[in-house]
Ligand binder design. Structure first.
Ligand SMILES: [Ca+2]
Length: 195
């Protein structure tokens, strides 16, 4: 930041200065930008800036150098890794995707987060993914979205109290089997949260 910009910022009203800080990632301190990355692919989901979510393109502009990430599996913390500055994916079919190269990608690593807090404050349970009650629930959900006779395959079911209110939520990751056969590499599977 130029000195003249800093002086101008100092003379703004506090609410206006705060709005500029949110709107312009270049003016936000590095420690306030918390990017979230998918460990195995390096896909940059986005980041939070001062507790506000920003998409990956904006996040990449605000991440100017290497960051330290905490690596998480589905049920446990898996240590730390260095993450490089985001860059466009080298995968041809995903060239519009931004990725972060991590110094360590543990086999069970799922999410990398550059933040000081514990992103797994409550216990996560992995449930049996073949339970008929959940297959039926996903099939019914897909029917409401206009998919006739869906062939549901549940990849995983997790139970965890997401928001800390004492009630556990169920997260279901599933695919519609025939759609998966045609899926491109950049397509995303279905995720359902049961509150
Ligand atoms: Ca809850």
């Amino acid at each position: 930041m130029k000195i003249s910009q800093g002086v101008r910022l100092a003379t703004m009203s506090i609410p206006y200065a705060a709005s500029v800080m949110v709107a312009n990632p270049f003016l936000v301190a590095k420690a306030d930008v918390h990017p979230i990355v998918e460990v195995q692919s390096g896909y940059l989901f986005g980041a939070t800036i001062n507790s506000k979510w920003i998409k990956s393109e904006e996040a990449a502009k605000a991440i100017s150098d290497e960051r330290t990430y905490k690596i998480y599996g589905l049920t446990q913390s898996l240590g730390e890794a260095k993450g490089a500055k985001p860059k466009p994916s080298e995968e041809e079919v995903c060239s519009d995707v931004l990725t972060v190269s991590l110094s360590s990608t543990p086999e069970k690593g799922a999410i990398a987060l550059a933040a000081p807090w514990n992103a797994l404050p409550r216990k996560v349970q992995i449930l049996d993914a073949t339970q008929q009650v959940y297959v039926d629930a996903v099939r019914d959900f897909l029917k409401t979205k206009g998919i006739d006779n869906p062939k549901v395959k549940i990849e995983s079911i997790l139970r965890v109290d997401l928001d800390g209110d004492g009630e556990e939520e169920v997260l279901i990751s599933a695919t519609n089997y025939f759609q998966k056969m045609r899926a491109r590499q950049c397509d995303h599977p279905l995720a359902v949260i049961q509150w």
